[in-house]
Design a protein around this ligand. Structure first.
Ligand code: CMX
Length: 475
């Protein structure tokens, strides 16, 4: 493969390979010649269409299990009724992204060091590429994507005005969903559809809109942070030589904090996709199945993410952990005191936030990855709240097992995510789910592209009333 050398300077977004080639000869970062994300997706689409055709032809009638009344009454747990290409969640081993575990991804997906920045954690751009194409991108491909996102990252004036007009007291997630929905003003998919776009081409403007939205999420999130908390610079200072999260960090006032920037990269990369059945991903897919454009579909997903049993749990965890810290002490708290606190939560009829999962039956590998990150940084190793959260993760499974209700007594990702943000000084926990919201687009939107490429139909499961259910069973 051809090898190029480019300087660490801003390159414009369009046709990154050509620009990198143009810049060849200058010193410092080496890349391999390659393609744009859109070209890479265009290669994958016919393969996926062929795979679907075969599946339909050869296995259309293969049973995938039995549907019982308890499925209908129990939130459809375990029912295999959705196609989702980006990731698969195994109850024992956890999430894999196109077959790759989080440690695999940490080994093979390009990081900031490899594209001329600073940082060792997975770049969200790399994860996005993997989720969309199933392929590991080269550093040059990631750099090109980073530049494309930077070029598309600035918000139109009307979006800034909409966010600025919202009351500061409105929850940041409601603000986030509002701004994302309003971006559909410029949707290429919606415009193309109204002008008679052919079905075979639906995926193309869906991809354009998706990339545009992913590019703008950090600026929306930063504007909300600035308005609600008066923090960050309130400008959209997007530097095309920087990756998505380096730019986001700059906008929220963490541009100089290497630990925080790399933590945000890891956090956002590994929260990106968790197969299709979770509330946010499923919502994007469902709303998108009505051919709503990516902005509307993802806005709806964000509103699902804002529920306390889903994404909002990371906000809940931190409030709960800080109250515990006050009651029992920090990292030095005794096991007995932690147990007592856990029991007091359970006896008051509340759930222990950050524990349990609808699918997982082991500790969440995302929790493990974030905990491992904490070990690599002295400012986190020495943090009282990080230490307390780690200690609780050893004590809580025993208490939850004894309590006997939850099917999974182990920590999920939300148990660990907030305490690191808190330690780095991002103490506004009503903002935490917004960061999750930047992330989930990495998985939900690629599936929307694939749904359109595969011509997936509008989703319309059958519902039943209790009377009709009874009559059906009698028959
Ligand atoms: N603390 C106390 N009780 C719990 C519990 C917890 N952490 N997790 C589950 N339970 C209870 C449930 O409330 C349920 O009780 P009821 O029978 O009285 O309704 C019982 O255990 C069985 O629930 P389950 O089958 O184990 O769990 P579900 O699939 O119904 O729910 C989840 C999964 C995540 C909503 C649940 O474990 C929970 O509420 N956890 C705390 C909130 C949380 O951390 N959410 C984040 C999840 C990750 C994510 O979506 O990002």
């Amino acid at each position: 493969m051809l090898s190029l050398t480019i300087p660490r300077v801003a390159l414009r977004a369009v046709a990154p390979s050509r620009q990198l080639a143009a810049a060849a000869g200058a010193s410092s970062v080496r890349f391999a010649s390659t393609k744009s994300l859109k070209e890479a997706v265009a290669e994958v689409v016919p393969e996926k269409q062929e795979q679907l055709k075969k599946l339909k032809a050869e296995h259309a009638d293969a049973p995938l299990g039995e549907i019982t009344v308890s499925h209908l009454l129990g939130g459809m747990r375990g029912l295999k009724v959705m196609l989702w290409e980006g990731s698969v969640l195994d109850s024992e081993s956890g999430i894999t992204f196109h077959g790759k575990s989080i440690p695999d991804c940490q080994k093979v997906l390009p990081n900031a060091d490899q594209i001329g920045g600073k940082g060792k954690e997975i770049l969200p751009e790399s994860m996005l590429w993997l989720l969309l194409t199933g392929k590991v991108p080269t550093p040059e491909e990631v750099k090109g994507l980073s530049q494309e996102l930077a070029a598309k990252g600035k918000l139109p004036d009307y979006i800034e005005k909409i966010i600025d007009s919202l009351p500061k007291t409105l929850h940041p997630m409601t603000q986030f969903a509002t701004a994302v929905a309003a971006l559909n003003h410029d949707s290429k998919f919606a415009q193309g559809y109204s002008q008679g776009l052919k079905k075979a081409d639906y995926w193309k403007p869906t991809l354009d809109d998706s990339i545009d939205l992913i590019a703008k999420l950090p600026a929306i999130a930063a504007r909300i942070y600035y308005n609600v908390f008066g923090l960050g610079d309130g400008k959209q200072a997007i530097d095309s030589s920087k990756d998505l999260i380096a730019n986001y960090s700059e906008m929220i006032g963490y541009g100089d904090n290497e630990g925080m920037i790399d933590y945000l990269r890891l956090y956002i990369a590994i929260h990106g996709d968790h197969e299709g059945g979770n509330v946010s991903a499923h919502t994007a897919h469902l709303v998108g199945s009505a051919l709503s454009d990516p902005y509307l579909s993802y806005s709806a997903a964000l509103l699902g993410l804002a529920g306390p049993l889903h994404g909002l749990a990371n906000q809940e965890v931190l409030g709960w952990a800080l109250a515990m810290q006050e009651a029992v002490g920090g990292g030095e708290a005794s096991e007995e005191k932690i147990k007592e606190y856990l029991w007091s939560t359970l006896k008051s009829g509340r759930v222990v936030p950050g524990y349990g999962h609808a699918v997982l039956r082991q500790p969440d590998p995302r929790f493990t990855a974030l905990s491992e990150f904490c070990k690599t940084r002295p400012e986190l190793r020495d943090s009282s709240i990080v230490q307390l959260v780690q200690k609780v993760s050893q004590v809580a499974p025993g208490v939850l097992k004894e309590h006997g209700k939850t099917k999974n007594p182990f920590p999920n990702v939300d148990a660990a995510s907030g305490c690191v943000l808190y330690q780095y000084g991002l103490t506004q926990f009503t903002y935490y789910t917004v960061i999750f919201g930047i992330s989930r687009a990495l998985g939900a939107l690629p599936q929307l592209v694939m749904d359109r490429a595969l011509g997936m139909p509008i989703e319309r499961p059958k519902s039943m009333s209790m009377d009709s259910l009874k009559a059906f069973i009698k028959k």
